[in-house]
Write a protein that binds this ligand. Structure first.
Ligand code: NAP
Length: 311
């Protein structure tokens, strides 16, 4: 398949490209700079110069391809507009892909969030749609939900569209800017590994190479209009993550009240994620796509030491 990918130089995309090439696909990546173009070429991908703001360019690239994987995101909008602004920039892009791929039956696979079904009081499944609004659920990102629903809805226009929901922790040796290195850096800075309240809220995790294989399988054979869950370690109490970090840094593990977590020097705008509970099942993803995580789990990867360089 001739695959167009955005975000191919990012954390997820840089693992999706080799996964696709190893499976025999021809990959073209979007690059907005010489540096990104060189990184894509080094991975064995073709380069299409352009920017996420050029919707006509994205449409053309999508129409020229046999399928699209979209994992770029406008991280530059985070400081001024928060996570909602980052997600809002995705919507016109998805609608542009929809126009380009309408009626073609070609796949469009984009990244989503494991928090999008909201707090259901049970593990979320792939059959739980993204909530249409923020409602009262902590950790539910309204704008990102609109994007997820729009992508899945493109199935009605003849696009084989799907969303791969990622957990907050997608770990490996190249995870330099994710939540896990953020938690570790904060523990070093504060002198303790913190968790909210009793730390019983549940997080999930996955190795980023296992994420890459979900994207490939969804592209190759995922039915239209579906959510997939790239979840390997389901339902880890946040306290256990803090304890794992604390023990490896030789620091105490401490409960932190929510009003302290919200302070700027702490989690600030990410507090609702840190206090949120995101139990999720990946059974349907495994059964439908034949996916099985093959890489180390979270605690085994923490034992590998790369998150805790000396000094
Ligand atoms: N990785 C995780 O742990 C994780 C966890 C949960 C959810 N997710 C979701 O998965 C998706 C991918 O995340 P990621 O961590 O792989 O992202 P990332 O490492 O931050 O990479 C972002 C990518 O977007 C590209 N990009 C940004 N602005 C662009 C623009 N204006 N034009 C063209 N390209 C642009 C970047 O290209 P340059 O190289 O040019 O900067 C880079 O390739 C996101 O939607 C994220 O929310 C990721």
């Amino acid at each position: 398949m001739r695959v167009f990918i955005t975000g191919g130089t990012g954390h997820a995309g840089s693992h999706i490209i080799p996964e696709l090439i190893a499976a025999g696909h021809e990959v073209t990546g979007l690059a907005r700079s010489d540096k990104s173009a060189a990184a894509l070429s080094a991975q064995g991908a073709k380069v299409r110069r352009g920017d996420l703001e050029d919707l006509d360019g994205l449409k053309e690239a999508a129409a020229d391809s046999d399928g699209v994987i979209h994992v770029a995101h406008r991280q530059d909008l985070l400081p001024s507009g928060g996570m909602d602004a980052v997600a809002a920039a995705e919507l016109p892009i998805m609608l542009a892909y929809g126009e380009a791929l309408e009626g073609s039956g070609k796949p469009l696979v984009a990244a989503g969030s494991i928090g999008s079904p909201g707090n259901l009081g049970r593990p979320a499944t792939e059959q739980d749609p993204a909530l249409p609004s923020r409602e009262e659920d902590k950790g539910t990102l309204r704008v990102r939900n609109v994007v997820e629903r729009a992508v899945v809805g493109l199935a009605e226009q003849g696009v084989r569209s799907s969303i791969v929901r990622l957990p907050l922790i997608a770990h490996d040796t190249t995870d330099s800017a994710g939540f896990l290195p953020g938690l570790i850096a904060l523990a070093r800075e504060k002198g303790f590994a913190g968790y909210p309240g009793d730390g019983a809220n549940l997080w999930c995790a996955v190795h980023i190479r296992d994420v890459a294989s979900v994207f490939r399988l969804a592209l190759e054979k995922g039915p239209a209009g579906r959510y997939w869950h790239a979840i390997a370690d389901a339902e880890i109490p946040f306290r256990e993550i803090a304890e794992a970090i604390g023990s490896r840094l030789d620091l105490p593990t401490v409960s932190v009240p929510e009003d302290v977590l919200m302070l700027p020097g702490y989690f600030g705008q990410f507090t609702s994620l840190v206090t949120g509970s995101f139990p999720a099942s990946s059974l349907i993803t495994r059964q439908t796509l034949g996916w099985e995580p093959a890489q180390p789990g979270l605690f085994a990867d923490l034992d590998n030491g790369h998150y805790f360089p000396a000094g």
